[in-house]
Write a protein that binds this ligand. Structure first.
Ligand SMILES: Nc1nc2c(c(=O)[nH]1)N[C@H]1C(S)=C(S)[C@@H](COP(=O)(O)OP(=O)(O)OC[C@H]3O[C@@H](n4cnc5c(=O)[nH]c(N)nc54)[C@H](O)[C@@H]3O)O[C@H]1N2
Ligand SMILES: Nc1nc2c(c(=O)[nH]1)N[C@H]1C(S)=C(S)[C@@H](COP(=O)(O)OP(=O)(O)OC[C@H]3O[C@@H](n4cnc5c(=O)[nH]c(N)nc54)[C@H](O)[C@@H]3O)O[C@H]1N2
Ligand code: SF4
Ligand SMILES: [Mo]
Length: 685
């Protein structure tokens, strides 16, 4: 026994932010975790989840060995047996029906876990299937796609801004690095605006708080464009030099007056004008659209388009505090190509392909209806789709029809409980990887090595080991040729010019690989026109409006009069809980003490109307199902709106209420923020 304590500098992957951490390891055991001061995202701080990391890693609930579902329940088996049997079943399905009957899924951990998502992709392609699913078809990819078709690349909001417009984004719950940055910048004089049906805590510090009706953000954005154009507040020089389509936007936008938007959004026309003026008059202003909020509505793609146009016509592109295209590292691509298109590509072509550039993702809302005809075997590698994907009943029924369901996770989940084989996974402290801060919402040109700080616990295996061993048994071992995780990471680093050793020994705390560059450089964007496409040919080609428009939620007090009698309230699901990431960490005492159970949120008048008091158990019902949870009555919440949190299992699972058939028309995303529901006090108990 030695008593030397080793310090390992690595990152936290308990959510996708990838904050820097310092892990203290004694005799092979991680004993303490601190925030890493030099890391540009968290600057030495950790959120409460991060502080609870070791309780998660050393939880008694970790899966300890592979298990197989037998007639009498779960049986412990060896990895060898699990791999042999899974391989045999996969080969027999391949022989009978072809390779495309395999589907794979990675959850939100895939975003911060390049190796996990890359290897999962590679595996299905090596097997011969294009059917890769992930949270990419329900979360942020829509905003990435939309900004790509507008700007050629993906510009993102910066951590520092002069004017933060939090448009369906609550950093106190979901965005720790941004919350830290806002605090610092408010002290320096930055301004804040909040647009949200709930008065979030930051609204108290804001210049304006606008209480919007869920799902109607696009209408408000269009009215802001209208004001900026009609009051000549736009940046004509920028528009002239760098954009196409402004001339067509001007007549198109006339229909979307602030008075028109007021009727739809509940936001007073005068407030829309005031905000439009404030935004247009600030250089270094940014719209921080919710990381998924705006995507999970009927008007999702067009919402993002309208925000892109707002940033563009005010010249808030590639300037500090605006939306900025960050330099990106050319990493070695772990994924490989395969023939054929994933499910949903035909119906939602823009999600799949733009200008000949294809993405590997299928559309997850299309999945349940295709099981078992098209998909018979399914792998879930780090995700809990039965809880996290829309319409849990549809997913549960579909997963029960699978011939093979394999789940690789650290814990038993509701998805795992349906599996035929349940395999124990390593945590981020138990494997090598790349922590690449080309993040979903704040892309920073920063990179560090994710270090294996401790040996894998119990019989847990990394994704690299699992896929490499399985591939050998499937006759596709040549596609998994890396001899170790370190070699895999070195391969990823290949095209960057950085080496594994350099990052390990010389830059253990990580480093910026490039400076952010502001300005227009040669003034060209990588769209076909080489300009910012206010008028989008890409949208036109797939049959949608090339200029931003507004579509009312499919189920709303305006669009669904026939449903209103039965479901008179607006339902928005999935506001983040600071203490949890989706369905994870409910077993961590330190977190569970802070948030022991789910609460739906309603305003006081709504509560009164339904005779509901604080803490009463309530049943929420939609056309798809019902959930039960206690009520929190709060005047921060807009009247007539019910917020149901997601990530809770069993009869508190918000996705029992959502509907795979209620989709955004361009990219097929589920509408999760603007549905209709009913509530009643549960008097059965
Ligand atoms: N602690 C924690 N952090 C997380 C996660 C987690 O599970 N836990 N998940 C991560 C992931 S994967 C994601 S995608 C992001 C999600 O991040 P976001 O999508 O930004 O979600 P939130 O920050 O919860 O903010 C949602 C806000 O939008 C408001 N809102 C709801 N409906 C509407 C609407 O129609 N219009 C407008 N304007 N506002 C609306 C809600 O009241 C809430 O205040 O969070 C990430 N961070
Ligand atoms: N109604 C409603 N539903 C929503 C949302 C909403 O707003 N409303 N938001 C959606 C969004 S934006 C997202 S991103 C999804 C998230 O959906 P998911 O990513 O499916 O949700 P998680 O509960 O985070 O599941 C991650 C799982 O991965 C496991 N895991 C963690 N690390 C590793 C690892 O290194 N390897 C392996 N093999 N497993 C690991 C965890 O234990 C956990 O079980 O939820 C979505 N669901
Ligand atoms: S925000 Fe919290 S959970 Fe997410 S990476 Fe940072 S410390 Fe970890
Ligand atoms: Mo997400």
């Amino acid at each position: 026994m030695t008593n030397t304590v080793k310090e390992v500098l690595t990152d936290c992957t308990l959510c996708y932010h990838s904050c820097g951490i310092r892990v203290f390891v004694e005799d092979g055991k991680a004993i303490k975790v601190e925030g890493l001061e030099s890391h540009p995202l968290n600057k030495g701080k950790l959120c409460t989840k991060g502080e609870a990391m070791l309780e998660n890693i050393y939880s008694p609930h970790r899966l300890k060995y592979p298990m197989k579902k037998g007639k009498g329940g779960w049986e412990r088996i060896s990895w060898e047996q699990a791999l042999d049997e899974i391989a045999e079943k996969l080969l027999s399905l391949k022989n009978l029906y072809g390779p495309t009957v395999l589907g794979v899924f990675s959850g939100s951990v895939g975003v911060e876990n390049l190796e996990m998502v890359g290897l999962t992709q590679r595996f299905k392609a090596a097997f011969g299937s294009p059917n890769f699913f992930s949270v990419e078809s329900i979360c942020y990819r829509m905003r990435i796609r939309t900004r790509q078709i507008t700007f050629g690349k993906y510009p993102t909001e910066e951590l520092d801004s002069k004017l933060y417009i939090l448009w369906g984004h609550n950093p106190d719950a979901s965005d720790f690095p941004l919350r830290l940055a806002i605090e610092e910048n408010l002290k320096k004089g930055s301004k804040l605006v909040v647009i949200d049906p709930k008065r979030i805590p930051l609204a108290d510090r804001a210049e304006m708080y606008l209480r919007i009706r869920p799902g109607t953000d696009g209408a408000m954005a269009l009215a802001m464009i209208n004001v900026i154009i009609n009051e000549n507040l736009y940046d004509s020089e920028f528009i002239e030099k760098y954009t196409i389509g402004f001339d067509r936007l001007v007549p198109h936008i006339q229909q979307y007056t602030p008075e028109w938007a007021e009727k739809i959004t509940w936001v007073p026309a005068e407030d829309i004008r005031k905000l439009a003026r404030m935004f247009a008059n600030t250089k270094g202003a940014s719209i921080y659209q919710g990381t998924c909020t705006q995507d999970q509505t009927a008007n999702g793609t067009q919402n993002s388009r309208a925000f892109s146009v707002l940033q563009t016509i005010t010249g808030n592109i590639n300037i500090p505090g605006g939306w900025v295209i960050s330099p990106r590292l050319p990493l070695g691509n772990v994924g490989i190509e395969v023939e054929g298109e994933p499910l949903g590509a035909d119906r939602y072509p823009l999600f799949y392909e733009v200008w000949g550039r294809k993405s590997p993702y299928g559309v997850v809302t299309c999945l349940p209806e295709n099981i078992p005809e098209k998909i018979k075997a399914f792998f879930v590698i780090g995700g809990n789709p039965i809880v996290s994907m829309p319409d849990s009943n549809a997913f549960k029924e579909a997963f029960k029809r699978l011939e093979l369901l394999v789940v690789h996770d650290l814990f038993m989940t509701e998805t795992g409980s349906l599996a035929h084989y349940l395999l124990p996974a390593c945590s981020h402290l138990e494997k090598w990887g790349l922590a690449y801060t080309y993040n979903v919402c704040h892309c920073l040109p920063y990179l560090m090595l994710r270090k294996k700080a401790i040996e894998p616990l119990y019989e847990s295996w990394s994704e690299w080991k699992f896929f490499t061993e399985l591939a050998k048994r499937l006759g596709i071992g040549d596609k998994f040729y890396w001899k170790s995780e370190e070699e895999l990471v070195a391969f990823e680093l290949g095209p960057t010019g950085l080496t594994f050793e350099e990052l390990l020994n010389e830059k253990p705390e990580g480093s910026f690989y490039q400076e952010k560059q502001y300005g227009m450089k040669d003034g060209r964007f990588s769209t076909p026109s080489r300009k910012i496409e206010i008028y989008s040919e890409a949208l036109k080609m797939v049959g949608f409006d090339p200029l931003p428009t507004y579509l009312e939620p499919q189920r709303s007090p305006i669009s669904s009069l026939e449903l209103l009698e039965k479901y008179p309230l607006i339902l928005s699901t999935g506001n983040r809980n600071y203490y949890y990431t989706h369905s994870q960490f409910r077993h961590i005492q330190m977190l569970n003490k802070k948030s022991p159970e789910p609460y739906l949120e309603i305003g006081p008048q709504t509560a009164k109307k339904y005779d509901i008091k604080e803490g009463d158990e309530v049943i929420v019902e939609t056309n798809r199902g019902s959930v039960r949870m206690k009520a929190h009555v709060d005047d921060a919440v807009a009247e007539g709106v019910v917020f149901v949190p997601h990530g809770w299992e069993k009869d508190a699972n918000a996705n029992l209420l959502t509907d795979t058939n209620c989709r955004e028309p361009i990219m097929g995303y589920p509408e999760l923020k603007s549905l209709l529901c009913n509530i009643r006090k549960n008097i059965e108990r």
